[in-house]
Unconditional design. Sequence first.
Length: 297
Amino acid sequence: MKPVSIKYILIESFNNIVRNKVLFITSIFTVCVTILLMGVVGILLMNVSYNSDTMMEEMLNITVYVIPEADEKTLNDIQDVLVADAHVTEIKYVSQMDAYQAGIELVGEEVMAELGHEFLPASFIVKLDDVTYAHIFVRNMKAMSNIYEVKYSSEAYERAGAISYTIRYVCGVLTALLGILSLFLISNTIKITVSASKEEVTIMRYIGASESRIKAPFYLQGAFIGFLGAIISFIIAGFGYNYMYTRLEGDLSEYMGVLELVPVPQMLLVLLGVFLLYGIGLGILGSFFAIRKYLKA
């Protein structure tokens, strides 16, 4: 048996499309709608991950307050301890005067001028590389002398982690369900196309055509349907996301605090890759399920 030629596959795929123009358009529409639905879930998931990672990193900050009467040597000793800790990745020193200036912005200059700055503790804002080490670090710092207070939002971190995990889990389940639904829809749509050519498939089987010679045009047709559906979906989703990003100026601070949107180029790059991979994969897989019944002896 001669190997299947690319020319034959292209011609047969084109003929199948021409003979079934309505079904071809229907298949593209089905792919487009299902990918767009998954795209909406994907965009939500990306933005949740983008913001949750940033927020979780910020929550890794621990503020170590030193007693107000601490001298320069005491401050240097505490800083040396922090620098020597392998889990500490960043240290920011906030002096009494820095705290005083922050107080002015908070309650006004007149109030702070009356209170003075001597009662304000200097502090070190520390960032760790591992949240699981935070409790040990806090305990060690509290055990040191000359430490006034150690602030760490452990409950907020754990709560934010739980919320982030729940949202990602729900989005993952929705993505899987939409994937199964879209595969079912695409498979059945392409099955109608194959059914319209079943007599031709049957004849080719009787004259001894190989399975690869029969399958290849339908696989290419399915891949082409998935490709077109993915491109159309990408254009719609891309314009929609760019419009939303422009209108909101890149963040949701007016509506939801300091949440930021994923930058447009980064989002479009991910969407294009995922849409093409998903669309072409679904088209080929849908063709596989659609044609296999006609190839049974």
